[in-house]
Design a protein around this ligand. Structure first.
Ligand code: ATP
Length: 259
């Protein structure tokens, strides 16, 4: 059974995509973004972001490469060690992996916070509702009562008891400016992005160069395996991770991998 079989999205016409189609994963992903736009949870710009991601995924061979798996395990260790981990949700994340983010939050004790580049109260509500339909209890992001320093006003809004005070944040598909600003706040930052040359993974403590639809369920699996591991061992996993090598491995695969 593929990762996709376990994905719990509610996209119209998804069943019309034949599973043996050679670009099944890519088509399914595109359909989910389209459905997200129709449902008012994804901004139209999310389509362009998806297009860029899809090109990099093609070059990666549309699989989780070993260094990405190691990054996903390290990310799970960070989330389990954290005092206050927060998973940030934007429109593309909500369209692609709503139930999977809820499961990762449950497996690691993290909060979910809606955090949008193109912020409107309607879209925040729509995404919070969508997450609740996929099993979330509490969804942060509506208070917006704190600001990330060094960002313009709208882009800097976060919840004071959420991303603002978090020690470890997972920011998938994050904009480069905000990833840099969060890094400057001294947070441990985990980024999922298919482009290893993009600014966001380059400022991350843990860059995960993988498709979010494969990365998130795999992080949850690692978290469930590691949940009873003692702190010293989790810290050893974190200490042994080499972020530069992970970025180099991904770039190498993209430039010279066999397709
Ligand atoms: P930056 O502002 O970080 O320098 P950018 O302007 O290219 O880069 P954005 O448009 O802000 O990036 O975000 C799109 C990013 O999300 C791209 O780097 C793309 O590779 C990545 N992306 C898109 N879809 C996925 C996906 N399904 N899984 C992982 N990454 C993805």
């Amino acid at each position: 059974m593929s990762d996709y079989d376990t994905v719990s999205a509610d996209v119209e016409h998804e069943e019309e995509i034949p599973e043996d189609h050679p670009r099944y994963q890519d088509l399914l992903t595109r359909h989910r973004i389209e459905a997200g736009v129709e449902k008012g949870i994804t901004h139209l710009q999310g389509m362009h972001a998806e297009g860029r991601g899809s090109a990099f995924d093609y070059l990666l061979g549309e699989e989780t490469i070993p260094s990405a798996d190691e990054a996903e395990r390290t990310a799970a260790a960070h989330l389990l060690l954290a005092d206050h981990p927060v998973l940030s949700i934007n429109g593309n994340v909500a369209a692609l992996v709503p139930g999977e983010m809820v499961e990762l939050a449950a497996a690691t004790g993290a909060d979910l916070e809606v955090n949008l580049f193109n912020r409107t109260p309607e879209r925040i509500e729509a995404i919070a509702d969508h997450l609740r339909e996929h099993g979330a209890d509490e969804v942060k992001g509506r208070e917006a009562d704190a600001h990330i320093p060094n960002l313009d006003h709208e882009r800097s809004k976060v919840d004071a008891d959420g991303i603002y005070e978090a020690d470890v944040v997972l920011v998938p598909l994050e904009d480069g400016d905000r990833a840099e600003a969060l890094d400057e706040m001294g947070k441990t930052e985990i980024v999922i992005d298919l482009n290893p040359l993009s600014r966001s993974p380059r400022v991350a403590d843990v860059p995960i160069v993988d498709n979010i639809i494969r990365a998130v369920p795999n992080m949850t699996e690692h978290a469930r395996e590691l949940v009873d591991t003692n702190e010293a061992e989790l810290e050893a996993i974190v200490a042994n991770f080499d972020r530069d090598r992970a970025l180099e491995d991904a770039e190498d695969r993209i430039r010279s991998g066999d397709l």
